[in-house]
Design a protein around this ligand. Structure first.
Ligand SMILES: Cc1ncc(COP(=O)(O)OP(=O)(O)O)c(N)n1
Ligand SMILES: Cc1ncsc1CCOP(=O)(O)O
Ligand SMILES: [Mg+2]
Length: 218
């Protein structure tokens, strides 16, 4: 039986927008986020990484501004990697990968919050599920220029493989996803798509977000 929490998490995943200041082409990330919300994004992850990424107090201040926008619009605010920041801000959740803090430790220290885990193999997924993950991030599905240390491109086959192994946890595909290929990701068995550049770098952020909603038939 699929429980209520799983259903609630699935509802959040259709258009999962991820960004930080390096992804916004010099624009104020607050404006970019407001436009993406206007376009219908369903979840937001603050990922302050890459060239000229903010650190220390500046990072915290930006996170607070973005969190406020999320709160005003009832969009859950997820923090990438940084559990201390998530605890400090009382964020709605954390996303960790295989090189980050162990998911089990995050679950212990940040119980009752949303926990997302990046996995690339069935074994990693089994461990993430044991650790209490709420959803799995699978990718990169397609080539991406938003993550220097990305693993090899996995294609939509990785999603089909996880589903064929009986993994029923909510899944979001990530990496090189555009409104043109998003439907294939959903058809492979994902509950949503996680997107950086196709929304953050778009000349029309609101329209870009809307185009993902259409691709997901939402
Ligand atoms: C939704 C989602 N899925 C996967 C990732 C990638 O996480 P990770 O492998 O830890 O890489 P970084 O994003 O930390 O560079 C993600 N952030 N979100
Ligand atoms: C964070 C991350 N993890 C795997 S691919 C990726 C980058 C996704 O960015 P884009 O949507 O611009 O390809
Ligand atoms: Mg990480």
């Amino acid at each position: 039986m699929i429980d209520k929490r799983t259903e609630q998490i699935k509802e959040l995943l259709p258009v999962y927008f991820i960004m930080g200041s390096p992804n916004c082409n010099g624009r104020d990330p607050v404006n970019v986020l407001e436009e993406a919300i206007e376009g219908g994004i369903t979840l937001f992850q603050f990922r302050e990484k890459g060239e000229k990424a903010l650190t220390g107090n500046e990072k915290v201040r930006l996170a607070e501004r973005l969190q406020r926008v999320c709160q005003e619009n009832h969009i859950p605010f997820i923090v990438n990697d940084d559990l201390d920041l998530a605890i400090e801000l009382d964020a709605d959740g954390v996303h960790v990968g295989q090189d980050d803090l162990e998911a089990g430790i995050v679950r212990e220290k940040f119980s009752n919050k949303i926990l997302g885990v990046s996995t690339h193999t069935i074994e990693e997924a089994a461990q993430a599920i044991k650790d209490g993950a709420d959803y799995l991030g699978l990718g990169p599905i397609y080539p991406t220029s938003s993550k220097d240390d990305a693993e090899e491109v996995a294609g939509t086959e990785i999603i089909e493989r996880f589903r064929d192994h009986g993994i029923t946890l909510p899944i979001v595909g990530i990496g090189g996803i555009t409104s043109e290929n998003a439907e294939q990701v959903i058809q492979a068995g994902a509950d949503g798509v996680a997107v950086i550049s196709a929304i953050a770098s778009s000349p029309n952020v609101e329209e870009a977000a809307k185009s993902f909603l259409r691709a997901n038939n939402k």
